[in-house]
Design a protein around this ligand. Structure first.
Ligand code: FBP
Length: 256
């Protein structure tokens, strides 16, 4: 897969502008897509994730591109649904090597998203692109979206639905996450970063747990580009993900 290096992946996610708005997640620097591209390139990420509008106006082709082809804002209340806003053809024309699609498993609308993903996965494969499913259990019927059994269910749903890779949340410990990775079978598993962790050590410990469980890597946004030293965080992540190093060794990448 073109967004992996030595079989591992560190993807820089930047679709939060649509998902969360600009005031909560961004500051004066991170609101600028060029800043994110600079981090992606200098930080040796194996791919960058944009919505089509950002890709059209900013992407310069230096790093493998993944285009999210569906999305939603945080404004509507009720059961979540994210619908398609970019075709696979357009994603390919913009230079994407893969398309990303969010399925809110457990939502009253999951049938629509599973259906749409089925078509998108087929189109992607016909055009030589990979299909990555963000599988987030969410909605009134989901009590705990990081419970081990629900995360494993999400991973398996990715396999059954034809995803080449899934992006799922961490269960909180390596042992239970291992079952999610097993459940995904031949599908590559990426942990979804989440809000910025309280400390670098806390975040790297999660990432280490994920890699020890057999995952392929990480798709991360806020924990990198909200960091005061994003390139040092990127270097620390490479130590854990690419080089199999300990958290202690990775922490040496921070200058203070
Ligand atoms: P983060 O590492 O910043 O959490 O990004 C991962 C991601 O999946 C983004 O691609 C997406 O915008 C966001 O999380 C979705 O967040 P939420 O859980 O609020 O829907």
């Amino acid at each position: 897969m073109p967004f992996l290096r030595k079989g591992k992946g560190i993807l820089l996610a930047y679709d939060q502008g649509l998902e969360h708005g600009t005031s909560k997640d961004f500051n004066d620097k991170s609101v600028d897509p060029d800043y994110i591209l600079e981090i992606a390139e200098k930080g040796k990420f194996t791919g960058v994730i944009f919505q089509k509008g950002v890709a059209e106006k900013y992407y310069k082709g230096k790093i493998p591109l993944i285009i999210k082809v569906n999305g939603k804002t945080s404004l509507p209340k009720g059961e979540p649904i994210a619908s398609q806003i970019c075709s696979v053809k357009q994603a390919k024309a913009l230079g994407a090597k893969a398309v990303g699609y969010t399925i809110y498993l457990g939502s009253a609308h999951e049938n629509l998203m599973l259906h749409e993903f089925g078509r998108i996965q087929q189109e992607a494969h016909e055009m030589g692109l990979a299909a990555i499913a963000w599988i987030y259990p969410r909605g009134e019927s989901v009590v705990n979206d990081t419970a081990p059994e629900i995360v494993a269910y999400a991973a398996r749903a990715g396999l059954e639905a034809g995803a080449d890779a899934v992006k799922i949340k961490y269960t909180g410990d390596s042992n239970s996450f291992r079952w999610a990775v097993r459940s995904a079978g031949a599908v590559k598993v990426f942990m979804s970063g989440g809000p910025k962790a309280p400390t670098d050590e806390a975040f790297l410990t999660q990432v280490k747990g994920v890699m020890d469980a057999g995952a392929t890597g990480l798709a991360v946004g806020r924990n990198v580009w909200q960091h005061e030293r994003p390139l040092e965080m990127a270097a620390a992540l490479r130590e854990v993900i690419m080089n199999g190093q300990t958290v202690e060794t990775a922490l040496k990448k921070f200058t203070r």
